[in-house]
Design a binder for this molecule. Structure first.
Ligand code: KG4
Ligand code: ZN
Length: 345
């Protein structure tokens, strides 16, 4: 017989261009993880069009939720709570998930747990790494965020560094567009880089003086664009694979340096990565190697759990639920919801 204290959470994620629902048991066991990706739709426009994203979420959300319940072999009656991303993200997109979650809770009486999207990304690490427990340092690198965070406890975060301008994923997307790869750039640069020489072009590794844990990627992006323009003006043929590999190496060097420095400076021995960019194969190998050398335990979710999904929201939602977090029907979408407390000076 099933243990009575098992907690099953239906999780919903719609903050950007993935309509996703999942059922997660006890925060770490994924019973289903359904993702409807709108990427093909937005590829036509070279990036996510917020209005189109919201409309597509409305079309798909009920279908995706039904499929998640079916694949998990549960009905709404078997659930203990509904968790939903309520920020940060595109306001119209977030509203679709939040409204769906509230409607289910209103109809069933299930408790509603609002989840921070970045907390979801971080919690993706709990799913496949049963031994991972806070405290640890986590690098979150996605299309909208580049954060270095100390995870003090479940649901307790201290952001120690962030990007001053572009997020790492955004830089991947912009550089990919410049070399004609299209959207989304990350996976395409990842693939093309395997055929290129990462030391072919010396792009800058931006380090910031005042806060050694902050990032800046817009200078690197401009350096790539300048390089491409200069080649064009001089009639020099560009090798896209070398540009991709050299750019990717520059991003990885900075992410690895800052992260390892933070882990050591804050006195931790455990480090994790999260967010879409964490799916990057070269980034994972670089961290694997460096953390191995430094004696740091290194964790990462599998690629499917790095990019947006609802299983990660179910994992984060479980720990919020266990802490007693419950939201009312007045829960709203918060496009710029901050994670943790005030950033460190
Ligand atoms: O976490 P995510 O799915 O959405 C946000 O919350 O932003 O991250 C999407 C970002 C995009 O910028 C995409 O280009 C990047 O993650 N990405 C990658 C890879 N896969 C996705 N970047 C580098 N290498 C990859 N393999
Ligand atoms: Zn995300």
């Amino acid at each position: 017989m099933e243990k009575k204290e098992d907690i099953r959470i239906l999780a919903i994620e719609s903050s950007c261009d993935e309509t996703a629902a999942a059922v997660v048991k006890n925060g770490r066991e994924v019973l289903s993880n359904v993702i409807y990706s709108q990427i093909d739709l937005h590829t036509l426009y070279g990036g996510v069009v917020p209005e189109i994203a919201s409309r597509k979420h409305i079309e798909k959300i009920n279908q995706v939720i039904e499929q998640a319940l079916k694949e998990a072999g549960v009905t709404l009656r078997d659930l203990d709570a509904v968790a939903v991303t309520y920020g940060p993200g595109l306001v119209g997109a977030l509203l679709v998930g939040v409204s769906a979650a509230k409607a289910i809770c209103f109809a069933t009486g299930l408790p509603l747990v609002g989840v921070h999207h970045i907390e979801g990304h971080i919690s993706a690490n709990y799913i496949e790494n049963p031994q991972l427990e806070p405290p640890f340092v986590c690098l979150v690198a996605s299309g909208g965020h580049s954060h270095l965070t100390v995870v003090r406890d479940y649901g307790e975060y201290e952001v120690i560094g962030r990007t001053r301008d572009d997020a790492a994923g955004e830089a991947f997307d912009k550089v990919a567009r410049a070399i004609g790869l299209g959207y989304p750039g990350g996976p395409k640069i990842d693939r093309l880089s395997r055929e290129g020489n990462p030391d072919a072009i010396a792009f800058p590794r931006p380090h910031l003086g005042e806060n050694e844990y902050d990032f800046s990627f817009s200078g690197l992006k401009s350096a790539v664009l300048n390089y491409l323009n200069a080649c064009q003006m001089k009639g020099i043929e560009v090798n896209p694979a070398d540009v991709a590999a050299s750019f990717q190496k520059a991003v990885i060097d900075v992410l690895v340096e800052h992260s390892v420095h933070a882990v050591k400076a804050f006195g931790y021995d455990t480090f994790a990565i999260a967010g879409g960019v964490a799916a990057n194969s070269a980034l994972r190998s670089a961290f694997e190697k460096r953390c191995g050398e430094e004696g740091i335990r290194f964790y990462h979710p599998s690629p499917l759990l790095c990019t947006d999904n609802a299983a990660m929201i179910g994992a984060a939602g479980y720990y919020e639920y266990q802490k007693g977090v419950r939201h009312g029907y007045d829960l709203n979408a918060v496009p710029n919801l901050p994670l943790g407390g005030v950033p460190r000076k």
